[in-house]
Design a binder for this molecule. Structure first.
Ligand SMILES: [Cu+2]
Length: 382
């Protein structure tokens, strides 16, 4: 382990040194070994295998029984990804994906996560759950060196969608987050979601959209720089990060991750729950051609959802949820409605919906055709 850590310090440069020292100290302060033991032996255990976003693992919308201990495993993977043509990011990821996989439990359940920091990695990592209580969201109990694993259990006491992210200390925190280390957990009410009147709400599918701002440095010719590993990428990336102007703003790790051949699919009449997280920066999702039927803008299910929103707000460091029943077939664009970020920087997804067109909701009464400007159209002007 010492060799790995020494290698890391060499690679990341002296800038990272005090930060690592600080992180290690925080870990030492958090000694919980003298706390009274808790007996959870009567609780049922269930294992959930995490899947790659935008998909979400199998789960019940209404909890079937008493609270359970829900076991998850995640592996931290540092790897290079191509965010756009010629734009490579030395990424840090939960389970190899950006965003990290979405976890689903019910209020009152216990989340038990085994976190593996792969021996091929260079960095220390941990996990801070916004859904958890104490120890910096679990961050100060989960700091692992490359080649180490740890297991954390926390009780999911508040229903809602919550971000989780890596937070190993000091400037490592924003860097790991904007390198991809963030995901989301959804804690459902035990009896499922409800509309503003308290009536049960069910969804037919869930899509998990994780939005990221990336800060990829350029060389003197204006080309994106490519680095040998995360450590080497740090000093230049830090400079771009501190300018607060992202090179990319994307959904699910790269430009085009959810468009074209990678588009999301749904059917007319299906109710789709969109969970949207942004761990670092504010955003404003909008479904072009649709609406937010029910929107838990701040993602917390004890608050009644808002109806019929056109655009909603996800505060940086949070996850929100929106439910929409698709009424028309066709291609919908789900965007960050800062349209520069959506179109020029990457934050766009497509939803392809199968079904039969409803002329009552919309009809093309006249297809585009040339007209005689000498006679027509004049009366349209004021
Ligand atoms: Cu990390």
């Amino acid at each position: 382990m010492l060799t790995r850590r020494a290698a890391l310090m060499g690679a990341a440069g002296i800038a990272a040194l005090p930060v690592l020292a600080k992180a290690a100290k925080a870990e030492e302060i958090m000694d919980t070994s003298h706390a009274a033991p808790v007996d959870l032996s009567s609780l049922k255990r269930i294992k959930r295998k995490l899947v790659r976003p935008p998909m979400v693992h199998e789960h019940e919308q209404v909890a079937p029984a008493e609270p359970r201990i829900v076991e998850f495993e995640m592996q931290i993977v540092e790897k290079e990804i191509e965010v756009d043509d010629g734009a490579h990011l030395q990424a840090m990821t939960f389970n190899g994906s950006i965003p990290g996989p979405m976890m689903v439990v019910h209020e009152g359940d216990y989340v038990e996560l085994t976190l593996f920091n792969s021996p091929e990695n260079l960095m220390q990592h941990n996990i801070d759950f916004h859904a958890a209580t104490g120890a910096l969201g679990g961050g100060s109990l989960t700091l692992v060196n490359p080649g180490e694993k740890t297991k954390l259990r926390f009780k999911a006491t508040r229903p809602g969608t919550f971000v989780y992210h890596c937070a190993p200390g000091g400037p490592m925190i924003p860097w790991h987050v904007v390198s991809g280390m963030a995901g989301c957990i959804m804690v459902l009410p035990r009896d499922g979601l409800k509309d503003p009147e308290g009536n049960p709400v069910r969804y037919d599918r869930v899509f998990y959209i994780g939005e990221n701002d990336f800060y990829i440095p350029k060389d003197e010719n204006g080309d994106y720089k490519r680095f040998a590993d995360v450590g080497e990428s740090y000093p230049d990336t830090l400079e771009v990060m501190n300018g607060l102007i992202p090179s990319h703003v994307v959904f699910n790790g790269k430009v085009g991750a959810l468009t074209g051949d990678n588009a999301l699919h749904a059917s007319q009449g299906e109710k789709v729950l969109f969970v949207h997280s942004q761990a670092n920066r504010d955003t404003r999702p909008h479904l072009i051609g649709g609406h937010g039927d029910l929107v838990w803008e701040r993602g917390k299910f004890n608050n009644p959802p808002q109806r019929d929103l056109e655009t909603w707000f996800i505060a940086g460091g949070s996850a929100g949820a929106m439910l929409y029943e698709f009424l028309q077939p066709g291609v919908y664009a789900y965007v960050n409605h800062n349209l520069i970020e959506a179109v020029n920087l990457g934050a766009t997804a497509h939803v392809v919906v199968e079904g039969d067109w409803n002329n009552d909701l919309m009809e093309q009464v006249q297809a585009p055709v040339e007209y005689d400007a000498a006679y027509e159209g004049k009366t349209a002007l004021p």
